[in-house]
Design a protein around this ligand. Sequence first.
Ligand code: ZN
Length: 240
Amino acid sequence: MRIALFGDIHANLEALEAVLQDAENQGVTHYVCMGDIVGYNADPAACLEIVRALDCPIVKGNHDEDASGSHSLDSMNPVAAAALEWTRERLTEEQRQWLGRLRMVRQVSDFTVVHSTLDQPAHWNYVTNRFDAMSNFSYQFTQICFHGHTHVPRVYVKSDRVREVPAESVEIETDSKYFINIGSVGQPRDGDWRACYVIYDTDHKIVVFRRIEYDIAKTRQKIMDAGLPEMLAERILEGR
Ligand code: ZN
């Protein structure tokens, strides 16, 4: 079975469509979404409906939660807050309720998925190094856990100790555990603008990172036309 794991789409329709097309070309038959379907970019409703139509396991991201609620966004950074206010207005009540009902953690096949970390999924902690990853491993009861949230692809491996290996092609070895950040479809932050997702081949026990080009000029134009903060159009070009 070939499973595509994708997340942090952030309302980037062109990136989402390119990723799903690539997955289909790669022989993917199953999909799992790591959350943050909305926020930042200009197509929240279209992205939500495409992901919903896949009828696949999905976990909730912090932007999904913020877009679904009506609480104040004052404590957030101003750019993210402005985009979320805009997003709330573009979603129907029913779409917002659907986002609000998404679960925080799911077990799919023989692996677990979460948007941030397993130790405190509702706290939205960022895992940026192997020390952060250690606290997650204490709560990880499957061999592999996939997550997102930082928008930076990363692979942490726990055997006798926890180490980080390059986020490229990873062979899953029986005596190790893996905590894998699948990167971001719609707003990568590792200096590479191309959409990122992974394919997990369960028969060959291999996880492969994919980088996909898409029509970024169109996405940037939509951000400007929507009156969203200009900085959002800049950052996707720079991948930060
Ligand atoms: Zn995100």
